[in-house]
Design a protein around this ligand. Structure first.
Ligand SMILES: *Cc1c(COP(=O)(O)O)cnc(C)c1O
Length: 372
């Protein structure tokens, strides 16, 4: 599967890695817990449509995204599986959700009432109720709030098909806060089950909770970062139940190679000066592609060896100090393996004081994605 591109720089996505990560997790979960593949933010930068199709082939039974826009994009690409929007959607767009058969996350009484005002009898909206057991982001927090919400459920216009909550610390060593969230969840779930007279789909786990399996995970897990072969945290990486296979690599080719003499400077600000005669390579990738200026000084792989990015990263290009001359077109790996060396998103995240989740989302549309 190839996109059209004329530039010697690309993201490669190994779809079989995504498949393997899902299948491994499914084996661990057992057959009673389904996998919801989380493909928000363009599939964590990997490409939402391709990842969604692969995940469904691998056994995931539904998809989750953050925005209604993302859900509609998947539908327009011909994806038929259930799709849940995890974030808040403005009531004025509910008819779009109904039209495209998309499940919304709901937790506000006012939202319900705004919907009933405009609702038609034709087709019901499917919703999952969101409970805030400690994440502090969106959701119903108290029993009182929940009772009031349930009193306002009008089954003429909607179907409550699910209920969920989200953990704030599932990736950390201590399970104290995780358990507190579970404790708050249990009575709220009971209350919902008393009121709703049909089977509801219950899901609480993200990747970290799914990989750890420290508690009952009910009917499904929302598998995001782990599906891409990335670890939710260093703690989870150290204590992993199985090895995840990273799907994303970033590769480019040298477009210029030259020798400079001692004292010569490289790039904007002339911040880098050669200490001796040095071979310098130019790579056609820059911060316009998501290789941020902060990457200055980090390594890339050439000929299976680590070599440093030197001088300021430009918008479209950057420079690397080579250990000797290399031919034009030599492959440069920013993320991924080459020979026996590997640079992971986790490594870069650690050096840049961020997390792999954020880095993966930063690679821009300008870098063509190639799938294999
Ligand atoms: C993003 C998100 C997930 C996926 O989390 P991972 O840590 O990437 O597995 C699950 N649930 C909700 C509500 C989310 O917003």
């Amino acid at each position: 599967m190839k996109s059209t591109s004329y530039r010697p720089a690309k993201i490669e996505i190994n779809l079989s890695a995504i498949k393997a990560n899902i299948q491994q997790l499914q084996l661990q979960l057992g057959k009673d817990t389904q996998v919801i593949a989380v493909v928000k933010a363009n599939g964590y930068g990997h490409g939402d449509i391709q990842v969604a199709k692969t995940a469904l082939e691998a056994g995931a039974t539904s998809l989750a995204v953050a925005l209604l826009d993302e859900a509609v994009k998947l539908r327009k690409a011909g994806i038929k599986a259930p799709i849940l929007v995890l974030g808040w959607v403005a009531p004025e767009f509910i008819e779009i959700a109904i039209e495209y058969d998309i499940t919304l996350t709901v937790f506000q009484v006012n939202w319900l009432n705004e919907y009933y005002h405009q609702a038609s009898d034709s087709k019901k909206l499917s919703i999952h109720i969101k409970l805030d057991t400690g994440m502090g982001r969106i959701g119903i927090r108290t029993m009182d709030e929940l009772e009031q919400f349930l009193e306002n459920i009008n089954e003429k216009y909607l179907d409550v098909t699910g209920v969920f909550t989200h953990f704030a610390t599932a990736d950390e060593e201590s399970l104290d806060y995780y358990r507190l969230q579970l404790q708050r969840f249990a009575p709220m779930l009971e209350k919902i089950k008393e009121r709703i007279n049909q089977d509801i789909f219950v899901h609480i786990g993200n990747s970290a909770a799914a990989l750890r399996q420290e508690s009952c995970l009910f009917n499904a897990v929302r598998f995001g970062i782990g599906m891409y072969g990335l670890y939710p945290s260093q703690y989870i990486e150290k204590n992993r139940p199985f090895k995840l296979e990273p799907a994303l690599s970033i590769k480019a080719k040298l477009t210029h190679v030259k020798k400079i003499s001692a004292g010569e400077a490289i790039s904007y600000g002339a911040t880098y000066r050669a200490e001796e005669e040095e071979w310098i390579g130019t790579i056609p990738i820059g911060y316009g592609d998501g290789i941020q200026r902060k990457w200055q000084g980090l390594d890339v792989l050439i000929d299976g060896k680590r070599m440093p990015l030197i001088g300021r990263i430009c918008m479209d290009q950057c420079m690397v100090r080579l250990d000797h001359a290399y031919p034009m077109g030599t492959e440069v790996t920013f993320i991924g393996g080459q020979g026996n060396e590997r640079i992971s998103l986790e490594e870069i995240a650690l050096q840049l004081d961020t997390i792999n989740y954020e880095l993966a989302c930063l690679f821009t549309e300008r870098l063509p994605r190639f799938y294999y």
